[in-house]
Write a protein that binds this ligand. Structure first.
Ligand SMILES: C=C(C)CCOP(=O)(O)OP(=O)(O)O
Ligand SMILES: [Mg+2]
Ligand SMILES: [Mn+2]
Length: 176
């Protein structure tokens, strides 16, 4: 199992309400702060990350480029930059797209209940993935992704399925 880190508990306005151990927050379904990063190549294909098989939940599932939780006192954009480096070995400018709150039962008796800050960026370079976090990465076109999610939704994380269409729409509108 992974070493215990603290997550930031928040209210529905993302105002900090204290901290809790990462596993405790997910066992008890406590609302906490999170970050999700979406990356694209220059052709507009979206990067997918396959989560390492022994992650505390969602092991082996495909998801957006990088997800995690800000540490106490750490700004969401700083957490996004830190985890891109830790999970994928990359560093790049990000833009904040939107934030949303969701609740989802995951596995191992755990529950995601997050105030999630969603970021996006463009990346064309190599990756140095941490095998403890990442089982693989690949780029997919919007059409390929749509077809794959239609045929095999169980291969993807729940939060990713909730927001990937909105992220693709914003990317097209803002042309980044
Ligand atoms: C932010 C979301 C949507 C889920 C948490 O991400 P992870 O489960 O990958 O968190 P870390 O273990 O990487 O911190
Ligand atoms: Mg992660
Ligand atoms: Mn979480």
């Amino acid at each position: 199992m992974e070493e215990e880190v603290q997550v930031v508990l928040v209210n529905e306005h993302d105002e900090p309400q204290g901290t809790a151990g990462k596993l405790e927050a997910h066992r008890r379904g406590l609302l906490h702060r999170a970050i999700s990063v979406f990356l694209f190549d220059n052709k507009g294909r979206m990067l997918l990350q396959r989560r390492a098989l022994d992650k505390y939940h969602g092991g082996g599932l495909w998801s957006n480029a990088c997800c995690s939780h800000p540490l106490p006192g750490e700004a969401p954009d700083a957490a996004a930059a830190r985890r891109l480096q830790e999970e994928l070995g990359i560093s790049l400018p990000l833009r904040h797209l939107f934030s949303f709150t969701y609740r989802a039962e995951v596995e191992n008796g755990l529950e995601e209940h997050e105030y999630d800050h969603v970021f996006a960026g463009t990346w064309e370079g190599n990756f140095a993935p941490d095998p403890k976090e990442v089982a693989g990465v690949r780029y997919v076109s919007a059409e390929e992704l749509e077809a794959e999610i239609r045929e095999h939704p169980e291969r993807f994380t729940q939060w990713f399925r909730m927001i990937y269409e909105k992220v693709n729409r914003i990317r097209e509108e803002k042309r980044f």
